[in-house]
Design a protein around this ligand. Structure first.
Ligand code: G6P
Length: 462
């Protein structure tokens, strides 16, 4: 991997990198490698490819690693001042751009673009400039740089000014807002976002729908796409990895304890999410409650296994949402539970092996986001589930474009409709369920992460 300035031929830039560090009590630094599509995608380009991943130091451990000059081969962590990072990440990226693209605002009250926002926006600019600067230093002549996501919208334009010779791609892992929603952003900010993105040679999106929305915004609020090309790359599940990992010992152990919690002979509805407003966990629980009301025959015969892992807890709306999920699950358990039956098994501590265990046990997977760039859970469960699960899927998830045919699709706002879909999924004949799951798994793994990344690089260079 590239280690000297100006040597990298393939560069990736993202807020969250492939490793994070913690400081042990004795002062030692421990590295933990993250999972996810991007990490496995990048491993495909190998160690001799002069590749470099530029990311942000997020934790105290990361900053300490940067200070001591410790680091993984092929990764450069930027030590952005903590307050600048907080403004850029919490204030702008996750409270504004994420909310716009997922259309999450409760518009009579939010958003409010005031002096505080302007201050945070200045940090977002500084944060993007730090990335552009580092990429400009590291990139070899004519290198390919792929910038990831809404945290780094301004990087392509800034990097283009510093290094006109490099090929610049940007990939969005989120939806893109339609023009009527995007125009909520102050005009100058909207213009900067679009011009920043349009500094790229090529923009990648997860579905045609998000790509079209971007093109419409560029048409209406900038001078069109100019020379920028747009491509669609629907990231798929990593079948080989999932199948192998989900049969390891720790997963088997967690299956045993989940089976105990579920109880003998009961159906299992599984959901696994970050506790994220866009994932629509509360309406999912309401739909499950309505299922128990509309179809009392399922009482004692079904358990909803819901994993809602904490996310972005620096933000009050996320903390409140987390509390509401917990409160509602408790309420439903109290209302319907019997001595031998707990209707909802809710876990909030992140545990990948336990997620895989739940996938294997799933009869039904519930994936009902309000809006979602892709949603990999929808793609992973059909691959892993032992008996082949039915998929209840929101039509607002990017994955719907590829999986819609064999899933039972729902309008995520329609709680009654979602309850009916759960009933339909639970009632599906096992043979039909298994057949559909097979087709779902095939569609879900059509573009494995490694190929997804290579395709983007090829298109950028081509
Ligand atoms: C989404 C975004 C990613 C982000 C992830 C987790 O998938 O597209 O960029 O990394 O959520 O969110 P976090 O804020 O924890 O990085």
């Amino acid at each position: 991997m590239a280690s000297t300035y100006g040597a990298a031929r393939v560069l990736v830039a993202s807020n969250r990198g492939p490793v994070s560090y913690t400081v042990g009590e004795d002062g030692s630094l421990n590295a933990k490698r993250g999972g996810g599509g991007l990490v496995s995608g990048l491993s495909a380009i190998g160690s001799d490819a002069d590749a470099l991943w530029v990311c942000s130091a997020l934790s105290d451990g990361d900053r300490e690693a940067v200070r001591r000059g410790v680091g993984e081969d092929g990764v450069r962590m930027l030590d952005i001042p903590a307050d600048v990072h907080a403004d850029a990440y919490n204030g702008v990226a996750n409270s504004v751009l994420w909310f716009v693209h997922h259309m999450l605002y409760q518009t009579p009250l939010e958003p409010v673009f005031d002096a505080e926002f302007r201050r945070q926006w200045a940090s977002y600019e500084a944060y993007n400039r730090a990335f552009a600067q580092a990429l400009a230093e590291e990139a070899a002549e004519g290198a390919a740089v792929v910038v990831q996501d809404y945290h780094l919208c301004l990087v392509p334009g800034l990097l283009r000014e510093l290094r006109p010779d490099v090929r610049i791609g940007h990939f969005s892992h989120t939806p893109w807002a339609p023009p009527e929603y995007f125009r909520m952003l102050p005009d100058d900010v909207a213009g900067q976002v679009l011009r920043g993105m349009l500094g790229a040679d090529r923009l990648g999106f997860l579905t045609q729908r998000w790509a079209d929305a971007f093109a419409e915004c560029a048409e209406r609020f900038a001078d069109g796409l100019g020379g920028t090309r747009i491509g669609v790359h629907g990231l798929g599940a990593d079948a080989d990895f999932l199948r192998q990992r989900s049969h390891e010992q720790d997963v088997e152990e967690r299956m045993a304890s989940l089976r105990e919690q579920i109880g003998e002979g009961r159906r299992t509805i599984v959901r696994v999410d970050r506790t994220e407003l866009s994932k629509n966990i509360v309406r999912g629980l309401l739909a499950y409650r309505q299922l128990l009301d509309d179809h009392p025959e399922w009482r004692e015969r079904v358990v909803h296994v819901a994993f809602a892992y904490p996310s972005r807890q620096d933000l009050a709306v996320y903390r409140d949402y987390t509390a509401e999920v917990q409160r509602l699950a408790d309420e439903i358990n109290e209302q319907y539970g019997t001595p031998g039956w707990t209707p909802i098994v809710l876990h909030v501590k992140d545990d990948f092996a336990r997620s895989l265990a739940a996938y294997r046990l799933a009869d039904v997977a519930l994936v009902n986001p309000i809006r979602d760039g892709m949603n990999l859970v929808a793609k992973e469960v059909p691959v892993v589930s032992d008996a082949g699960c039915a998929l209840v899927l929101s039509r607002e998830a990017g994955a719907y474009e590829e999986l819609g045919e064999d899933a039972i699709t729902v309008n995520p706002y329609d709680v009654t409709g979602t309850a009916a879909a759960l009933h339909e999924a639970l009632s599906m004949r096992p043979e039909e369920r298994a057949e559909r799951a097979k087709r779902l798994a095939a569609a879900a793994t059509a573009l494995p992460p490694a190929q997804w990344f290579v395709d983007q690089l090829d298109a950028l260079r081509g």
